[in-house]
Design a protein around this ligand. Structure first.
Ligand code: WT7
Length: 647
């Protein structure tokens, strides 16, 4: 093994796990040598109404880009997540809901989930929702968010979940892009003891969305809300009027299941579209093997259902496996910094999956809040969303896991639907900071900037050479953009936008985005989005946004702003611009640092040299490289002189 720290596979784990080391290599070989045969077999892990006879039909070619899996099969995703478990698990808990307030909790059995989802589906139907229609869901972390998603799946509607932290403008843009006429929301959310005005935000957004004819409102806090008669309905009133039975619709494997908006390096967020069949096969299979999920385990993923992690590993993957999945409304440090571990003890959580940013934030408060709790039910820890630095990895392993639980560092993306690179706990020796090896059927390749495939231990752009069933199918409404974003840079391969290193043992180390996307606390932001929010302010003439290393968030947002002539750069204006971006996009996009820039470093053709801006933001101004192509090299001195990120 090449790296200094290697944590061997535990014998007890190798024995009890689904896959051991030898098994991994055998199955992986088979999966990439004979993908059709491999997936023909594993596609059977879910229930099909009409079984597939075709397995894979894929082309990454410019002229004929298409991705189809199991495409003559039919199924219903919600029936796979609920109905098929009823015979055995009617009284087993499907969802443990833990409220923001530690005294609030609910257990929802599979039997209850069935009734709730059927009712929700009938409420949507009563609002005129039909197969193929898009329903936008803007919800807090309450069970109704999952009911709404599964209700859409049950009737063949396509959900678009918008994270509850997004602003009215961001919500409006996403509603408009997918033409949805029905919105599901709640009166207010509750996070860390604070209320989130979801209905008020929705009302604001809907001023721009005249096509929305129904707003279904779930009562969470009972706080006062505005009301538009004829458009707004209370969910609990509507639900009491409909039947508790709703037959699942028969859907083709390739019918769309959901749209989820995600940021890219250019333009507005893209509607990533996933279809049902391949996605469910892939998410349920990765959930089983990566988390080594066994019947009876209590599984907790701390993500929000507004992100893909919540879709794949709170709702669809675990429920397809008949698991007990925990859904947490709150935040890691409320009422205090022991909360995560208190919840683990209270519900006897076996598998715990969170983001590096949470670990780093908790690490700052030391071992005390962790060590106050037992955590003796934990068997496996997971990490997702951004590279985890070895220091945070080791703290997670040692302090949280008491060196007993392997950590699975899972690399994937909204676009990939499920985990592509990750250790398997019974099969993979661990190296802190490495996502290790590809999952079955996944063929990572590293290529140089000219697209040349690199062999052996090396570093390059991370591509995936062939399709897997969970892959996104298109950008909603813009198939050309799908091609341009993912398949144009390195023809014939899916380009992830990430860079990676492969070591002598074939382990992958994700180095981060190589495009203009930044990752702030595991949330993806396009620098272009923040820039366009800034320049929409009357006092801003020009803005350039880059990421910079941030101890807790992974990356922070650094904005260089040129004011319009005559405007004074004041502290008040700086605060105003931060508030402005929060309002335009949401709190997750708030710039951490704003530097007043009388000029930006541009080439003679007017292109901003971001490389230089990134260096200055990282406080690495001594290694700027070649600046001779700049139209006015003088601007750089001013930027260095007034840089904001000083230790
Ligand atoms: C980007 C995708 C995957 C669900 C949550 C984020 C980064 C994600 C890891 C990891 C290093 C990671 C990548 C990727 N990323 N997981 N384990 N190690 N980097 O989904 O919002 O689509 O973001 O997150 O840069 O491209 P997303």
């Amino acid at each position: 093994m090449s790296e200094t720290t290697v944590i061997p596979i535990r014998d007890d784990r190798a024995k009890s796990a689904w896959i051991d080391e030898k098994g991994y290599f055998e199955l992986y070989e088979r999966s990439v040598k004979d993908p059709e045969g491999f997936w023909a077999e594993h596609g059977k892990r879910i229930d099909w109404i009409k079984p597939y006879t075709k397995v894979k039909d894929v082309s990454f070619d410019k002229k004929d880009l298409h991705i189809k899996w199991f495409h003559d099969g039919t199924l219903n995703v919600a029936a796979n997540c609920i109905d098929r478990h009823l015979a055995k698990r009617r009284d087993q808990v499907a969802i443990i809901w833990e409220g923001d307030d530690p005294n609030e909790q609910k257990n929802i059995t599979y039997g209850e989930l069935h009734e709730q989802v059927c009712r929700f589906a009938n409420v949507l139907k009563a609002q005129g929702v039909q197969k193929g229609d898009r329903v936008t869901i803007y919800m807090p972390m309450i069970p109704e968010a999952a009911y709404a998603m599964l209700a859409c799946a049950r009737i063949g509607a396509v959900h678009s979940v918008v994270f509850g932290g997004f602003s009215p403008d961001a919500l409006a843009g996403r509603i408009e892009d997918c033409d949805s006429t029905v919105l599901v929301t709640a009166d207010e959310g509750l996070r860390g003891g604070r209320k989130v005005p979801l209905k008020a935000n929705a009302d604001e957004a809907l001023k721009k969305c005249p096509k929305v004819t129904s707003v279904v409102v779930v009562k969470r806090t009972g706080g006062a809300v505005g009301w538009q008669d004829g458009r707004d309905i209370w969910y609990h009133e509507a639900a009491s009027k409909v039947s508790a039975d709703c037959p699942p619709a028969e859907m083709n494997a390739e019918d769309p299941l959901f749209i989820l908006y995600t940021s890219g390096s250019t333009g507005k967020p893209k509607g990533v579209l996933h279809s049902g069949g391949g996605y469910l096969v892939y998410t349920s299979m990765t959930h089983q093997y990566v988390f080594d999920y066994h019947d009876g385990d209590i599984y907790w993923c701390t993500a929000d259902v507004g992100w893909v992690t919540g879709h794949s590993y709170i709702v669809y993957g675990p429920l397809a496996n008949g698991a007990t999945t925990l859904m947490f409304e709150g935040v890691p440090n409320y009422p205090d910094g022991s909360r995560f571990w208190q919840v683990c003890d209270k519900h006897k959580v076996n598998i715990f999956y969170t983001a590096p940013t949470a670990i780093r934030a908790l690490m700052r408060d030391g071992e005390g809040p962790v060590k106050k709790t037992k955590r003796d039910s934990l068997r496996l820890l997971g990490s997702v969303g951004e590279p985890i630095n070895p220091e945070a990895w080791l703290w997670y392993y040692r302090v949280v896991g008491d060196e007993k639980s392997p950590i699975v560092d899972t690399w994937w993306q909204t676009e990939t639907g499920g985990i592509l690179i990750s250790p398997l706990p019974g099969a993979t020796p661990l190296k802190p900071g490495s996502a290790t090896r590809p999952f079955f059927g996944v063929k990572p390749e590293l290529v140089d900037n000219d697209g040349k495939k690199l062999e052996g231990a090396t570093e390059g752009n991370l591509c995936i050479a062939d399709s897997w069933p969970g892959q996104m199918r298109t950008v909603y409404g813009d198939h050309q953009r799908f091609f341009d974003t993912y398949f144009a840079t390195f023809p014939g391969k899916y380009f992830t936008g990430d860079g990676a290193r492969r070591d002598e043992d074939g382990y992958y180390w994700i180095t981060g985005r190589v495009d203009d996307v930044i990752n702030v606390s595991g949330h993806r932001m396009g620098t272009a989005e923040v820039e366009s929010a800034l320049v929409a302010h009357a006092k801003v003439a020009e803005a350039a946004v880059v990421g910079y290393p941030h101890d807790i968030k992974g990356q922070g947002i650094y904005a260089y702003v040129t004011l319009t002539a005559g405007e004074e750069p004041t502290e008040a204006l700086r605060k105003e611009l931060v508030q402005w971006v929060r309002k335009e996009i949401g709190p997750i996009a708030s710039p951490d640092l704003i530097q007043w820039a009388p000029g930006l470093p541009k080439t003679r053709s007017g292109k901003i040299m971001r490389r230089i801006l990134r260096k200055i933001a990282a406080n690495e101004y001594e290694a700027l490289g070649d600046t001779s192509t700049l139209a006015d090299p003088g601007v750089v001195d001013d930027l260095i002189e007034n840089r904001m990120n000083r230790p």
